[in-house]
Ligand binder design. Structure first.
Ligand code: NAP
Length: 511
């Protein structure tokens, strides 16, 4: 029987007996992981869209001094591209970016990326996705995967006079390398992980370092270590050793940190003790120590691993300013006590819009359902990877996934394995589309909401970027290993397994 083009397009790839056309949005670490693992599973018709001119995501965007990853590099690695050459236990940003670029090149990912191309619109036309780019190109895909990262949209503080500042001013994720810091009066707003690394790295060379702190942060020492050439040689010779060290860090971090944040009070107390000891030992001045002491539980905000901040803020040329900011003026920052803190350079270490995910790309699912409106500032997803009403659409590092101080590379890889299981199911059962069932999604999110109060993120007495508009930390509240294990035992009963989209539409219309 001859099939008309329109009939063909309405029929899913699995029934056509073809490869699915897969679009991946974002060429950061989760996009790279997705391409490699999908190909290894036999899915080869893939296009990656990347708004920038290089792969690397957060490691491409963040170029501030002192940038490093406070997750051990042996674990913050692709499982398929373990790296014997990491220079440090916690490697620095440029080295991680080089690793991203090398892995993407070695595994042929770079070749399939459409660089400098932002996806502006994704619209579901059952069973496919119509994808539109900022160049006006339109393409159709059977599967769309969002790999846009969690923290990619800089957040600018809503402070009066921000635009009036006459000196140099930039957000940490848009570092202006042309600005000289040596000998100048520098101000930084914010004391999160980013600020801690910057203050630790630049205070010794600036004229004055003014740190504007709204809320103090707990910091645990970073057990940094440079690897010897002999150790790198050994790892190169014995790849099994690399796998062992990967497993060692993944188990240690999940068992300790993952458990502490999700309800293990003994482990949480150990973290608190380590932070308190760090502060007491590293900051001699009692007045400064008092200002730096948080009133909430350690690990409530994302825990900062940093050994450089306390020595830096204790220097004679550093000031910790805890009075609230009244406004920003051309010459500096005026605090509520009326004092003007004169500045040549203003650094905004004010974090990111953590609720964006794939937004502002407009994503329209079944029956014209808009993803941004569906989320309405409180993004949720089924098992952090799928949303009811958005068939054949997947999120990597989506809402309610495990984040914390874990290796996001590892989490992305597990999520890709889950997506592969779903594609295999579609292929084997000749399905047009799959989509999480509303009741399964609701039950899953209800269980999470019930569990969240037991986490330190909710009970620790702090505010943080983990909280969404609903006032709930948007994180996986059970021990992270449970999530990773679940990614390998998908329950297909949680999904609408749609054999025929036309029939499904009729059924839904009748319902
Ligand atoms: P962040 O943790 O959200 O910190 C933002 C800081 O800006 C906070 O101190 C916040 O104060 C302050 N702030 C925001 N708006 C303000 C305002 N209007 N007035 C005064 N202060 C204001 O952002 P981040 O430091 O960029 O870190 C974000 C995340 O990136 C981290 O939690 C982590 O997940 C990731 N990161 C990871 C690494 C790594 O090594 N793996 C390094 C850097 C960043 P409040 O606390 O009072 O809100």
């Amino acid at each position: 029987m001859n099939m008309h083009a329109s009939d063909m397009s309405a029929m899913g790839w699995a029934k056509r007996g073809e490869q699915p056309r897969i679009a991946i949005i974002g060429a950061g670490m989760s996009g790279i992981a997705a391409v490699v693992k999908l190909r290894q599973a036999g899915y080869t018709d893939i296009t990656v869209y990347e708004k920038a001119s290089k792969v690397g995501g957060t490691w491409r965007e963040n170029q501030y001094p002192g940038l490093s990853c406070d997750v051990p590099s042996r674990w913050y690695s692709f499982s398929f591209a373990l790296n014997p050459d990491w220079s440090h236990r916690f490697s620095y940003g440029p080295e991680i970016q080089a690793y991203m670029e090398k892995t993407a090149k070695d595994f042929g990912v770079t070749d399939i990326v459409q660089f400098n191309t932002a996806v502006t619109d994704l619209t579901y036309e059952a069973p496919r996705w119509r994808l539109t780019t900022d160049k006006g190109d339109v393409e159709y895909f059977d599967v769309a995967i969002s790999a846009t990262g969690v923290l990619h949209k800089p957040s600018f503080p809503n402070i009066d006079g921000l635009d009036s500042f006459a000196g140099d001013k930039f957000h940490t994720a848009r570092w202006d390398h042309s600005v000289k810091l040596e000998g100048r009066k520098v101000g930084i707003i914010g004391t999160g992980s980013t600020s801690a690394q910057i203050v630790g790295a630049i205070t010794h060379k600036v004229g004055t370092m003014n740190v504007f702190q709204r809320t103090p942060q707990w910091m645990i020492p970073l057990p940094q270590k440079e690897y010897s050439s002999a150790w790198k040689w050994l790892l190169r010779k014995i790849p099994a050793l690399q796998r062992m060290t990967y497993r060692f860090y993944s188990t240690t971090m999940a068992k300790n940190f993952g458990a502490a944040t999700t309800g293990d009070q003994k482990k949480l107390a150990d973290i608190q003790d380590a932070c308190t000891k760090h502060l007491n030992e590293a900051v001699a001045d009692p007045e400064l120590r008092a200002k730096l002491t948080p009133s909430y539980q350690a690990a409530c905000k994302r825990l900062i691993f940093c050994s450089d901040f306390y020595p830096a803020i204790s220097r004679d040329n550093a000031n910790l300013i805890t009075e609230g900011i009244e406004r920003i003026e051309p010459n500096g920052i005026r605090t509520v006590d009326g004092k003007l803190h004169e500045l040549d350079v203003l650094i905004l270490a004010t974090g990111f819009d953590a609720g964006a995910f794939i937004l502002p790309t407009k994503v329209t699912g079944e029956n014209g359902q808009d993803l941004g409106e569906t989320w309405d500032g409180s993004p949720r997803a089924h098992r952090a990877v799928a949303v009811p009403g958005f068939p054949n659409f997947w999120l990597l590092e989506g809402p309610t996934g495990p984040v914390g101080n874990l290796s996001l590379i590892s989490i992305s890889e597990h999520q890709v394995d889950y997506i592969i299981s779903m594609l295999n199911k579609m292929r084997d059962a000749g399905l047009d589309a799959v989509c999480p069932r509303q009741d399964a999604y609701a039950a899953y999110n209800k269980a999470m909401a019930e569990r969240v109060p037991q986490t330190v993120w909710a009970s620790g007495g702090c505010d943080s970027w983990y909280f969404d508009k609903s006032g709930t930390p948007n994180l996986y509240p059970f021990p992270p290993q449970q999530y990773l294990d679940d990614m390998h035992r998908p329950d297909f009963a949680e999904f609408r397994l749609i054999e025929d989209v036309a029939e499904d539409r009729e059924l839904q219309g009748a319902a």
